[in-house]
Design a protein around this ligand. Structure first.
Ligand SMILES: [Ca+2]
Ligand SMILES: [Ca+2]
Ligand SMILES: [Ca+2]
Length: 256
């Protein structure tokens, strides 16, 4: 009996001693879980910093990675950075676009927070797009881009479209291709996200190691379509020309 009591006392003492550290751990875990649960965006694997060959990484666009108001090079994750370019090719402002249903990285300025293409911009013929550039410290392969706000039927039977260009470590172009609902891995009738305006995963066909990518919009229907509302604008930023525009929801790639 005596031995039993002292055993109980020992257990109680241990519990009291451990109580503070145990409860702190519990609180910290709770906070972490709460943080994950409050995010409406898919939980991303943006903390994956392993660049060993064969490692597959998925990165989702997120407002949380933006610094300096989106100006200059933005670090998506260790070893992967990106930046925005304006219509005139100057360095722009990377934004997390939440104006419409599909949220993703876009470029501030022009008509929307999306990556916008224009034939006429501020009264001048430009035939140019805003762009997003992505830089990989270690080369990658098997790249899949998920685009958002890409209207499958908007403006042309082939809808809103864009294009991508891949570069090697010397900055030389190694491959290019198109982006649109037609090019989706799921087929043009299936969106990645239910009730989406246009989210499509698109696999890029590239044989050589990729060191950087450029993503931009084209005119409607791979440049075959005519824009709407050309040359109508209210003010410096209120251009109304409707052409292809989309954002970047996610990227998946494999370290080479
Ligand atoms: Ca824009
Ligand atoms: Ca549009
Ligand atoms: Ca669009």
């Amino acid at each position: 009996m005596k031995m039993k009591l002292s055993l109980i006392g020992l257990v109680m003492g241990l519990c009291l001693t451990l109580f503070a550290s145990c409860s702190e751990d519990a609180v910290e875990t709770d906070i972490q879980n709460e943080g994950e649960n409050t995010a409406n965006e898919p939980v991303d694997s943006n903390d994956d910093t392993v660049s060993d060959p064969g490692t597959t990484v998925t990165l989702n666009a997120s407002a949380s990675i933006l610094s300096n108001n989106g100006e200059g090079l933005q670090q998506w994750v260790d070893g992967v950075s990106l930046r925005a370019l304006n219509i005139d090719g100057s360095e722009g402002r990377l934004v997390f676009d939440t104006e419409f249903r599909d949220h993703g990285f876009g470029v501030g300025g022009a008509r929307w927070q999306q990556i916008d293409y224009y034939v006429m911009y501020q009264g001048q013929e430009v035939n140019a797009s805003e762009k997003i550039e992505i830089f990989f410290d270690s080369p990658v392969q098997n790249v899949v881009l998920t685009v958002g706000m890409m209207g499958a039927n908007e403006g042309h039977q082939d809808g809103e479209t864009g294009k991508w260009t891949a570069f090697n470590g010397n900055g030389a172009k190694i491959a290019e291709g198109v982006l649109g609902a037609n090019d989706s891995m799921l087929g043009r009738e299936v969106k990645s996200v239910e009730n989406s305006y246009g989210t499509y995963p698109i696999a890029l066909s590239i044989g050589d190691p990729v060191h950087s990518l450029q993503i931009e919009a084209t005119g409607f229907g791979y440049g075959e379509g005519e824009p709407k509302n050309v040359n109508s604008y209210d003010n410096d930023s209120g251009n109304k020309e409707n052409n292809s525009d989309f954002n970047l929801v996610a990227i998946r790639f494999e370290y080479r």
